[in-house]
Design a protein around this ligand. Structure first.
Ligand SMILES: *[C@@H]1O[C@H](CO)[C@@H](O)[C@H](O)[C@H]1NC(C)=O
Ligand SMILES: *[C@@H]1O[C@H](CO)[C@@H](O)[C@H](O)[C@H]1NC(C)=O
Ligand SMILES: *[C@@H]1O[C@H](CO)[C@@H](O)[C@H](O)[C@H]1NC(C)=O
Ligand SMILES: *[C@@H]1O[C@H](CO)[C@@H](O)[C@H](O)[C@H]1NC(C)=O
Ligand SMILES: *[C@@H]1O[C@H](CO)[C@@H](O)[C@H](O)[C@H]1NC(C)=O
Ligand SMILES: *[C@@H]1O[C@H](CO)[C@@H](O)[C@H](O)[C@H]1NC(C)=O
Length: 477
């Protein structure tokens, strides 16, 4: 009885209020009030000094919204809260509406605070705070409901991709409000997708972002993350691990010997293979020939005991999987057994270091091909080099001596002949100098004088042939 009479009273009062308000009536809109919500214009002296205030509310679906209608300097005027359909939710501290999700949080002379739990999209709208002054005051509080994406999924056409292939990934965020923003990451690197926004329902958005990704073997097992930026959620993301297949990677390593492959010694090679899917087939062959009869292949290993020069050749380890084939080569050269080598000479240090350097260079240039030939001809090379260096040095010194000889002789002769020539032909000293200078620029003339004064010196540095027979007397001994 008490509640129904209360509701009746509220409706009566509401009717009075509406009758008392200006003719816009139920079509009251925020536009009707020039000032923003929460700042009710004072329209009469009786409302003067009392101010009705409220704030907009943004709430995530399913959570609790709190609506507060406050009055500054209130007297005993009644505060009322209405829903967007202008149904009264609370009149003072009583709730005529049956919806139990609305609960009174605080009621006083200056505030009506109401909570709305389990908010749904249908609760969205413009709520009304009303103060029964004369005339009544109204302010509006908008409840905005955010809806987080209900699902976030990554779709691909293929679960596994081949190395070098371009794959398409779609990430879809279903039913969110507002539309979600999608970001892509591969490992820690951000990728840029192509955004396609679609409405799925009236106010909910379905957002899809698409990326094209060219994958390599290094991407195998790397997660691709689709991450959502949305005001209703934090850290919402989903990921997919890339599954990339690639053809085998083949590497041959020598177990022994450490250095040169010599006749009579054993050789063992190991073939290491990587690939996805795991290569099912590994084989050893000798290129352009059969494997030697005494070679033993056991899985990834090739063993040749008692090397023979007839074993020379290129040995190849090949592997294949569903993606493709690969191989690596090892070049075998069998050298004489160590006992037949010449005894070490004084240049031992050089001969031991050079093969190592050459081997490394070869490996860096062609990592697939090991070559056991490196460095064998070093001793003979050394003799030739030393001989050549000595010859060059001797020749250079002799050449230098001759040039010096010519230099000294020429200075003597030039001074003498120039003086003589300039003085003979000239009428005075100036002309003599000019003549002398002119004569100097004439190399033909100069050469003549050289011969006159130093008859034993050739005009150019001698070649080995022309030089050897007659040694110049002044510089020998
Ligand atoms: C209600 O509001 C008044 C004034 O703001 C405050 O003093 C009081 O603690 C509040 N009561 C509750 C239950 O929140
Ligand atoms: C919240 O509201 C939805 C419908 O909007 C309902 O299905 C659900 O049971 C409610 N949850 C609670 C805890 O009241
Ligand atoms: C409040 O909601 C109404 C109707 O939904 C809208 O016209 C108005 O612009 C909203 N105001 C604010 C401040 O969002
Ligand atoms: C990704 O989405 C586009 C359109 O949005 C569609 O054409 C394409 O087939 C989708 N791809 C995958 C792998 O789902
Ligand atoms: C190398 O092989 C040839 C022919 O098979 C054989 O005659 C020779 O004795 C072998 N040499 C060694 C050192 O085993
Ligand atoms: C094998 O290679 C070594 C080194 O190049 C060479 O001395 C030998 O004659 C080769 N033997 C055959 C059978 O080719």
């Amino acid at each position: 009885m008490a509640s129904s009479s209360c509701a009746g009273l509220s409706l009566l009062l509401l009717g009075c209020a509406l009758a008392a308000s200006p003719p816009q009536g139920g079509s009251n809109s925020p536009q009707a009030w020039p000032e923003a919500a929460g700042h009710q214009p004072d329209k009469s002296s009786s409302a003067e000094g009392r101010k009705l205030i409220t704030e907009d509310v943004t709430v995530v679906e399913g959570e609790v919204a709190t609506i507060s209608c406050r009055v500054k300097n209130n007297d005993d005027s009644v505060i009322q809260l209405m829903n967007p359909n202008r149904q009264t939710i609370f009149f003072r501290d009583s709730r005529p509406l049956k919806d139990t999700r609305f609960q009174l949080v605080n009621f006083s002379n200056s505030e009506l605070r109401v909570s709305l739990s389990n908010v749904s999209l249908s609760d969205e709208g413009q709520y009304v705070c009303m103060l029964y002054t004369d005339p009544p005051q109204e302010v509006y509080t908008n409840i905005t409901v955010l809806v987080p994406p209900h699902s976030l999924t990554i779709e691909t056409e293929k679960e596994t991709a081949m190395e070098g292939e371009e794959i398409e990934l779609n990430c879809t965020a279903m039913s969110s409000k507002p539309a979600a923003t999608i970001r892509w990451f591969k490992g820690s690197k951000e990728l840029h997708g192509q955004l396609e926004v679609e409405h799925s329902e009236a106010v909910l958005f379905m957002v899809t972002s698409r990326i094209m990704l060219k994958v390599g073997r290094e991407d195998d097992g790397v997660p691709v993350v689709c991450s959502v930026d949305h005001p209703a959620v934090k850290d919402l993301e989903t990921q997919r691990y890339l599954d990339v297949q690639y053809k085998p990677e083949v590497l041959i390593s020598v177990n022994y010997p450490q250095g040169i492959t010599r006749e009579g010694e054993p050789l063992e090679l190991t073939c290491t293979v990587l690939g996805k899917p795991k290569p099912d087939h590994i084989n050893w062959i000798r290129v352009d020939d059969d494997l030697p009869a005494h070679a033993i292949v056991s899985g990834i290993k090739l063993l040749i005991n008692n090397l023979n020069k007839t074993d020379n050749g290129t040995y190849r380890c090949g592997a294949s999987n569903a993606v493709g084939d690969s191989h690596a080569d090892y070049k075998l050269y069998v050298y004489d057994p160590p006992t037949t080598l010449p005894p070490p000479t004084t240049t031992t240090t050089t001969t031991t270091t050079i093969p190592i350097i050459i081997t490394e260079t070869t490996l860096m240039k062609e990592p697939d091909v090991y070559d056991s030939q490196a460095g064998e001809e070093v001793p003979s090379v050394d003799h030739a080099v030393i001989g050549g260096v000595v010859a060059v040095v001797v020749f250079a010194m002799l050449c230098l001596l001759i040039i010096l000889g010519r230099y000294f002789a020429r200075h003597k002769g030039t001074y003498f002949t120039h003086e003589a020539k300039g003085a003979d032909d000239a009428a005075d000293a100036d002309t003599a100098i000019i003549n002398a200078e002119g004569g100097q620029s004439n190399s033909e003339e100069k050469k003549e004088y050289f011969y006159l004064n130093t008859p034993w010196v050739p005009t150019r540095c001698p070649t080995a042939d022309s030089y050897w027979p007659p040694a110049p007397p002044p510089f020998r001994g």
